[in-house]
Design a protein around this ligand. Structure first.
Ligand SMILES: Nc1nc2c(ncn2[C@@H]2O[C@H](COP(=O)(O)OP(=O)(O)O)[C@@H](O)[C@H]2O)c(=O)[nH]1
Ligand SMILES: [Mg+2]
Length: 360
């Protein structure tokens, strides 16, 4: 997943590591050549030979381990500071890498600010692993833009049944497929699901969701093409109530925020069924466009969560990194293929750990 982004993060990490190791070495040498006053030990670290005559062989053997330990602990206890100016070039690499990966400008900015703040200024022990310092800084920065994430099962458990989840977004991004995948995911977790065929606008849409329902063994409530989708979804909620079903998933027609009639239709659906969760669906492959569309949707219609599809076809990862930050709502699921099982709850910590796991 996100192979190109992983490669970019890996090369930035390597460059940062080399730069910081060099700084560390410099500060180490400074310590060696300029011991602090009043302390006799640093002279032992000096590169110049000790003034006292070397001890006899047997004495040296006896003293050696203690002496070596002392030197190691002295070096380890020394501190060094990463200077902002020394890592600026590496941070520019990071900035370019993120922007090239379609990470939105505001998210890129937030990541850079966080990494810079994390890395520079504070004292660190010479013995600290530079790789760990860098990985932690990048991980914290990425997690700060990805947010906490939301567990859909916890959310469902916290609501009154039936929990109504509406899927919305632009045409062709994978809404209908996602309704089927989410239904499959939820039934796998012991919940009961009914689907409302709320895309009454596009020819063939009702059959498409009906086929999914049949394959998954789920009830799909449907009216005729061209009928009012709020009536279909209202009926689905009534069906769920009558049959004690846990969750209603509502498919809808693809819409643009500037298509007035479709937007009014959506506003009516919201009034009529009062969804617990509006999931905005977009495709990861759209990159920055998906982020911009989500922002527009968020302003005009509103949304509670995001699902990104076609992550399997997106090596860049920019939309996945930036979309939650852009709209201030969590990314709950990602779609990773065309099969019913190709869905993953979006868990920021696991995603970041994978992004920083090493070479792609
Ligand atoms: N590779 C891949 N294809 C997907 C994914 N989700 C949906 N699709 C495909 O995207 C196309 C459009 O999906 P559809 O659900 O009809 O989109 P809708 O118009 O938004 O309802 C279909 O060919 C789906 O199989 C995904 O996660 N990965
Ligand atoms: Mg559809």
């Amino acid at each position: 997943m996100f192979k190109a982004l992983k490669e970019k993060l890996f090369s930035v990490r390597q460059r940062l590591e080399t730069t910081i190791e060099e700084q560390k070495l410099d500060s180490d040498l400074t310590i060696h050549s300029a011991p602090s006053q009043g302390s006799p030990e640093p002279s032992a670290l000096s590169e110049s030979p000790a003034p006292t005559p070397p001890p006899r062989e047997s004495e040296r053997e006896k003293k050696a381990p203690g002496f070596a330990q002392k030197v190691v602990s002295l070096v380890r206890d020394r501190e060094f500071i990463i200077a902002a100016k020394d890592i600026e070039d590496s941070l520019s690499d990071l900035e370019i890498g993120l922007l090239e990966s379609d990470v939105a400008f505001s998210a890129t900015d937030a990541i850079l600010t966080r990494v810079r703040e994390d890395l520079t200024g504070s004292k660190r022990k010479i013995g600290t692993s530079v790789d760990a310092v860098i990985t932690n800084a990048l991980s914290d920065a990425l997690l700060s833009v990805l947010g906490e994430g939301v567990n859909i099962l916890d959310f469902i458990a916290s609501r009154e049944k039936p929990v109504k989840i509406l899927f919305t977004g632009v045409n062709g991004t994978g809404k209908t497929t996602s309704v089927a995948k989410v239904a499959h995911y939820l039934t796998n977790h012991g919940l009961t699901v009914a689907i409302g065929a709320g895309d009454t606008f596009r020819a063939g849409a009702i059959e498409q969701i009906d086929v999914h329902g049949e394959r998954l063994g789920l009830k799909v409530i449907q009216h005729q093409e061209g009928s009012d989708p709020s009536a279909v979804l209202f009926d689905t909620v009534q069906y769920a109530k009558a049959h004690n079903i846990d969750i209603v998933l509502g498919d809808t027609a693809g819409r643009f925020h500037n298509r007035v009639n479709l937007m009014n239709q959506l506003a009516k659906i919201r009034r009529v069924i009062q969804p617990d969760l509006i999931v905005y669906v977009d495709e990861a492959v759209a990159g920055n466009d998906a982020v911009i569309r989500a922002e527009e949707f968020s302003k005009s219609v509103g949304m509670d969560a995001v699902m990104l599809t076609k992550v399997d076809m997106d090596p860049k990862g920019g939309a996945a990194i930036s979309i939650a930050h852009a709209v201030g709502k969590p990314l709950i699921f990602i779609g990773t293929g065309q099969g019913y099982d190709d869905i993953m709850p979006f868990e920021p910590k696991a995603i970041v750990a994978d992004l920083l796991a090493g070479e792609a």
